[in-house]
Design a protein around this ligand. Structure first.
Ligand SMILES: Cc1cc2nc3c(=O)[nH]c(=O)nc-3n(C[C@H](O)[C@H](O)[C@H](O)COP(=O)(O)OP(=O)(O)OC[C@H]3O[C@@H](n4cnc5c(N)ncnc54)[C@H](O)[C@@H]3O)c2cc1C
Length: 445
């Protein structure tokens, strides 16, 4: 196989990384999922190279993992033993069509880079995962990433107009269109959005941009002595008619840990802190703070600027060093949020295991972090607690994953949410597009 890889590499315009030192950064993702030792890691710059690599992998029946920046939290990008890795990090072409409010990108463009380029032309890219500075647009599309601005702008799928995808056979297809309206043929774009590297490699995307709002953003903060009560205020806020861009919940311990690890100087709440962003509308922020005060907040404040929202991005880097490494991603319908918070607290008490809560509260998407021991030695017990939490989300009409995806980490739980017939339908599509089963096998669906 080594000589075949050498022949393959000779036909590409990109090198193959094969030494231990070279491939080490490409083995796993932010979930630290187990990975195998791949034969080679490729950093293609062109669609043609991706196509050649996939044709080779199909011919030789080699498993392929696809990798953006590796910030994924489900193990989807982890390398396979004896497989190939396609990293998109060198695919960074980007152009903005300001008149059409579209951007054309290769998949390795960082989310924040795209947003900054759009902002330079008075536009912005709405998808805004907390990892925006380090994750790729291709990874966001492949995971249908959510994030902080979904309340106003939806998830990544809502910003994708068209895709170029290389199928497992090496064949290149185009989905969608650059128009606002398009109903030609089956709508294949959403099939690839959120497909986690299992159906094809996204090699180009046309994404929608929005006009930058005028004026300064305003944030509000509401301090609660009960997390459940904070959850109740979320419904009052989301049904108030206010134009909220983000609405996030952070529990007291996480606020303390953000202060400890990042010196953020946040005011500590009795139980939890609800923070929201109103785009350029001081009056909206004040009205939101009033609604929170009417719904149990012990105190509230408003501020110009994004400092509070930036603090929200520090959650994971503040809790992981403390051993809270088993991370959930469940979602529930917003009216169920207070019940879900109560259920998580009951599960924590019944199992005697600490669970921290942060949430994209306006979307009903919670990230419970379960204590897994100072060095992760209690991971199995923590996983059991997370399974109880996921089950509670399903009982409340929710989902086991709102935005991080299934990957390898949550594959075992997928059958708890989807019926056998639904699972089978997904696998029929997978088999049709990747008959040799080489693309991200055994993960995602
Ligand atoms: C600190 C931190 C905060 C985060 N916050 C959020 C958040 O707020 N919201 C959220 O949704 N997620 C969040 N995440 C998770 C993660 O950043 C997202 O899932 C992101 O979309 C992954 O992008 P990536 O480029 O790192 O992809 P990777 O991790 O490299 O890959 C993720 C998946 O996409 C597939 N993939 C990547 N590129 C392609 C491609 N071009 N074609 C086909 N498949 C591809 C991979 O095979 C894999 O299955 C966070 C992660 C961290 C570490």
């Amino acid at each position: 196989m080594t000589s075949d890889i050498t022949t393959l590499t000779a036909s590409l315009s990109c090198p193959a990384l094969t030494s231990e030192a070279e491939i080490a950064p490409y083995l796993t993702d932010a979930s630290q999922a187990a990975a195998g030792r791949p034969l080679a890691v490729f950093l293609p710059r062109t669609t043609a190279d991706v196509s050649t690599i996939l044709r080779f992998a199909s011919t030789h029946q080699l498993p392929v993992s696809v990798r953006g920046a590796g910030t994924g939290l489900a193990g989807g990008a982890a390398a396979y033993e004896g497989g190939l890795v396609i990293s998109t990090e060198a695919m960074t072409e980007l152009s903005i069509d300001a008149d059409a409010r579209l951007a054309d990108v290769q998949p390795g463009v960082l989310t924040a880079t795209l947003d900054a380029a759009a902002q330079a032309q008075g536009l912005f890219f709405a998808p805004d995962p907390a990892s925006a500075a380090t994750s790729t647009v291709g990874g966001n599309i492949a995971t249908n990433a959510g994030g902080l601005r979904c309340l106003a702008h939806g998830v990544t799928a809502d910003s994708v107009a068209a895709l170029e995808v290389v199928l497992a056979s090496g064949e290149v297809i185009q989905t969608g269109a650059r128009t606002i309206k398009n109903v030609a043929g089956l709508n294949l774009t959403p099939l690839f959005v959120g497909s986690e590297g299992t159906l094809g490699v996204i090699t180009r995307a046309t994404v929608r941009l929005k006009p930058l709002p005028e004026g300064a953003p305003y944030t509000f903060a509401a301090y609660y002595n009960s997390l459940e009560e904070a959850g109740g205020a979320v419904l009052a806020l989301t049904s108030s008619g206010l134009n909220l861009e983000s609405l996030e919940l952070i529990d007291r311990t996480i606020v303390q840990l953000i202060n400890k690890h990042h010196g953020a100087g946040l005011t500590e709440p009795g139980a939890g802190l609800l923070i929201g962003l109103c785009t350029s509308a001081q009056a909206d922020a004040a009205r939101a703070a009033t609604i929170c005060a009417e719904h149990g907040a012990s105190s509230t404040e408003t501020a110009e600027g994004l400092a509070l929202m930036e603090a929200r991005r520090l959650v994971f880097s503040s809790i992981y060093p403390e051993g809270f490494t088993v991370l959930g991603d469940a979602g529930v319908p917003v009216p169920q949020l207070p019940h879900f918070i109560r259920r998580i607290q009951e599960i924590s008490e019944a199992t005697g295991r600490a669970v921290l809560i942060t949430a994209h509260a306006g979307d009903g998407n919670l990230h419970p972090s379960v204590y897994a021991g100072a060095h992760g030695e209690e991971t199995e017990a923590a996983e059991e607690v997370l399974a109880l939490i996921s089950a509670a989300a399903l009982e409340l009409g929710g989902t086991i994953t709102g935005e991080h995806g299934i990957g390898s980490a949550k594959l075992h739980a997928l059958e708890e949410q989807l019926t056998p017939a639904t699972l089978a339908a997904g696998r029929v599509i997978k088999a049709a597009l990747d008959p040799a089963g080489i693309l991200t096998p055994g993960r995602g669906l």
